[in-house]
Design a protein. Structure first.
Length: 149
């Protein structure tokens, strides 16, 4: 029995959920987290718009993606910067997935997570696989692998 912990891009959560559903994974916990890795907390104007729109539930449009630049550069709904401009924040919004699986299922779960999140860019994420001693289903008292099914 193993615990799988994955840190992924916030905008890849739906693709990851679909990939896990396709292979029959039903038990997974998703958490909102923030962090940084090799990309050192840098994010492009376009990625910033996607993250803010998802996390703050507010419309954020870039002038280069479908409308004229705002008259006031401080206007929240637009960005006066080119889409390839990078900003350094220190910590970026991410999602953490936590699940426990039988040893036989670990490789296909990890492969599904990697395939759903691979863009080839910094910030695609990390997957950690940790040994688990046991699991107990509270409702029935089942232990070990039986508690997972």
């Amino acid at each position: 029995m193993k615990q799988i912990i994955a840190i992924i891009r916030d905008e890849r959560i739906e693709a990851t959920k679909e990939a896990l559903e396709i292979i029959g994974v039903t038990g997974v916990t998703f958490l909102y987290v923030s962090g940084r890795g090799q990309q050192k907390g840098k994010i492009s104007t376009h990625e910033l718009g996607v993250s803010l729109n998802r996390n703050l539930r507010m419309p954020l449009m870039n002038a280069h993606y479908g409308r004229e630049p705002p008259d006031d550069p401080t206007e929240v709904t637009g960005s006066p910067f080119p889409p390839d401009t990078e900003f350094a924040f220190g910590f970026l919004p991410k999602r953490m997935l936590i699940m426990v699986a039988c040893n036989d299922d670990v490789s296909r779960i990890v492969q599904a997570i990697v395939n759903a999140n691979l863009t080839g860019s910094h910030g695609d994420g990390r997957v950690f696989i940790c040994p688990m001693i046991s699991a107990i289903r509270v409702r029935t008292g089942e232990q070990g692998d039986r508690a997972l099914s």
